[in-house]
Structure formats: C-alpha cells, structure tokens
Ligand binder design. Sequence first.
Ligand SMILES: [Zn+2]
Length: 520
Amino acid sequence: MKITRLHSVIAALGVLLPALLGAQQRVDILIRGGTVVDGSGAPRRRADVGVTGDRIAFIGDATASRITAARTIDATGLIVAPGFIDPHTHTQADLSSPERHANLAYLMQGVTTVITNNDGGGSIEIGRTLDGWRKGGIGTNAAVYIGQGSVRGAVLGMSASAPTPAQIDSMRAIVARGMDQGAIGMSTGLYYAPGSYASTDEVIELAKVAAAKGGLYDSHLRDESSYTIGLVGAVNEAIRIGREAHLPIHISHIKALGTDVWGQSDSVIGIVKKARASGVDVTADQYPYTASGTSLGASLLPRWAEAGGRDSLRARAKDPAIRARLVADMEANLKRRNGAHSLLISSTRDTSLLGKRLDEIAQRRNTTPVEAALAIVTAGADPGVASFNMNESDIEKFMKQDFVVTGSDGSDGHPRKYGTFPKLFHEYVEAKHVLTLERAVQRSSAETADILGLKDRGRIGKGAFADVVVFDESTFADRSTYEQPTLLAVGVRYLLVNGTPTIEDGRFVNAFAGRVLTRR
Ligand SMILES: [Zn+2]
C-alpha cells in the first residue's frame, strides 16, 4: 500500500516537475501556426509540427507543450500536409542527370516521393540505377519497378514470338535480380511493344516472381480503349494476373480512352469493386487531364507492324499489300483517338512539327493525317503527342473512387509532369468541389504509401519521416499548359524532404535530401 502510494507520488512528480521547472522539448524545426491535414482523411486541425532529424517529433500546441526550436517556420494561414507521393512518373533519366536530379518539376508540386520505371519500361539494371542516385543525390525520394517490357526486350528483343522455356527462365531471373536489388514490384505496359507480345500466362509467370519477393504489380493496361481486348477485357486481365500470381494490382492512369469506350467508367468501377470485395487487392491512379501522353507511333501504329523493330516497320510500309493493311489499321486507330485534331505533337526535335496538330500537319503536306503520321514515324524518331481522348464525366467518376489515388504519369511534352498535383487541388478541390481537401491530400500521400508499401511515409504523424509540404490553399495551382508544358507550379511555400528544407519561401534551395526507397 505504502509503496504503491510512493510510486504514485513519484509518477505525479515525473509529470509535474519538468513542467514546473520549465523543462522543454527541443526540436530542429517547428512549423508553427498552420492547419494540419494529416493524410488520414481526418478533418483539418490547427496544430504545430516539430521535426527532429529526419522524423516528425511533435504535433500539437507548441506553446502549451513548451516546445523550443532551432528554427521556426511560420505557417499561419497555410496548409501543412504530408509530402505528396507520385506512384507513376518517368523520371529515371531526370534523377540520373547531373542537371536535373533535383526533380524540380515534382518538388514544386509538393511531391517528395516519386516512383519510376512504370509502363514496363526503364533500365533492368536496378542496382546500378539506385546506386547512381545514392551517389549523385536526388531532390525527391524515389523508388523503382522492374519493367516487364524491358525484361522481355532484353531476352527476346522486338520479337513477337512466344518465349521458349529457357527464355522464360531468363526473364524470371532478371525480375528476381531486380527485386533483390530493390525494386518495389513489376510494372507492365502491355499496350506497348515489346511488352504487348507477352500472353497473359507469360506475364503471370513473371508476376509470381515479384509476388514471392513481396512486390506489387503495376499495370498500364493492354487496352484502355477498343484496340484489342477492349478496356473492360484489359481490366479483367489485370485482375486475373493479381488473382493467379497472388499480388496486389495497381492500375496506372485509369481512364476510358476514346469515344468507343466513353461511359465505360461505370463498368470498370463495378468490376474493380467486385474484385476488391472478393479479396483481390486492386487500386489505381489517375491524372486530372483530358489528354493522355504517348508517342505518335504508339497511338496509331498497330503492334503487329512494330514487331522486329523500326527497320521491319519501314520494310512493311514499303510493301504495297502490307502498307494498305497498315494504313487501314491506322485509320481505325486514329478514329479511336478522336481524329487528327486530337493529336498534338508535344515533344520532338523537329520544330516544324512541335506544337502542331496532326490535321494541320497533313493539310500543310497536302496528304491524309495517317499518311503524314506514317511518314513521320518511319522517317526518324517517334515524336511525343498529347492525345485528347478522355471526357470529364469519366474522369470525375474515377476520381471519386476510394481506390483511386493521384499519379502524374509525367512525361516530357505534357503539362501533367509539372502540374498534376496542384491542378487536382486548384481545379477539383477549390473550383469544382469534386473532392474535399482532406480526401485530395489522403489520395496523394497516405493512401499511396499504403499501396506501395512505403513504411512511415505519407502521414503527418509522430515518428513518421518528415516529408512535409506547406502550401497556400488559395494560390496552389498549376501553370503548365499544352503549349508551355514546363512551367513550374506555384503555391508551395515550404517543402521538407526527410526533415531537410528543400523549398523555402517558394524557392528551391539546392538541397538534395531525397533517398532511395526499397520495399524491404
Ligand atoms: Zn502508362
């Protein structure tokens, strides 16, 4: 009895004494006076956030808790949120470049973590890529997939043949090595050659290797339109891969591409919900633009015409009988893409083409759009295009789903690389009220971290990594356009990457605090 009482007195003193004596918790950085949207989806609340080292050490009322700080950031009137996580980018080259490794296009959007090697692409030399980033420094955190298209290309080149058992083994070994070297899963782009030459069974064999090593499956669907198996068929294929290979499925840039499939968002949402209810882990990401970004060849050429590579394509285009079939297929594909005015050349060294739409180019050359496109893709490099093919109703329906998160699919020549996250907040939260601020933050941070298996990221929570964005809700906006796709976003006042200030007063301060993230 006595001892118990003594214990309580000591315990009480333990709480009271430090307060009476003015004991303080000291943090490195105190973000003071802001409105915290913590990523969980919970309502915003007024709170101060303390950071020590690379972690969040305090959340609450700093004055009442007698917090002192080496440095204070005034966040009065600003939103304090977890740094955004982008599950789909094309930043491998940027992060590896001595000039572009800051990843500024993303930092200015409040993005602190990017994933790359999506769409089945990127280098298969995962270890070398990640080591290069560790040595050279990177502005954002980054993680990679091992890309199935690249794996198939390394073993079978541009061949459309089925692999031999030995070739399957070789592909499995490359996937295993990539996972062991730090990939978070396997990505596919079954729409693109040479990944497209793989059967579903072939993909399942490789996905099983990623599954055994704790990875997920990231899918640019085989068909987002009506090219081959159709949008619904392609969603079903992705779900089957998840079910049979036993791994989570993440559908990249979910959309209904082209008038043939407009309105099918309802069917796709229904299929995904049913699969989720049956125990398959299916999620998706989305960018808030009506144009997709791809290449002129990828949008119009049938995949059979690309088998064997560019020389084979040129030979086919020269053979009159094959050319007739090629042109007919391209005409059908152009219709799927909503016609020649819907294709805007967005990235090319040829300044006579840049910024022009395909109908205009054809008119100038006094030929048909398909003939003009064929001449361009057989003459040299395949230019990037912005392809206007989505409708707003499908975009908003997908956007409201609880399994859909934000992802830019950022590529050169498309404004989404510089504008996806602020555009979501500016247009779909502030202007159209399609999403609440809390939901927009959640689907751009915590939910994405959970999907990707990124531990202690994506939340404003004690002990979490201090990836923090401080932005002005009223001015946070994209500036990039189809005409000027590389204009940086505005409205992010401060950005911390692993506790290090990277943007201050809206300016990049030459900090390279990003880390390489691996699944394990
Ligand atoms: Zn893609």
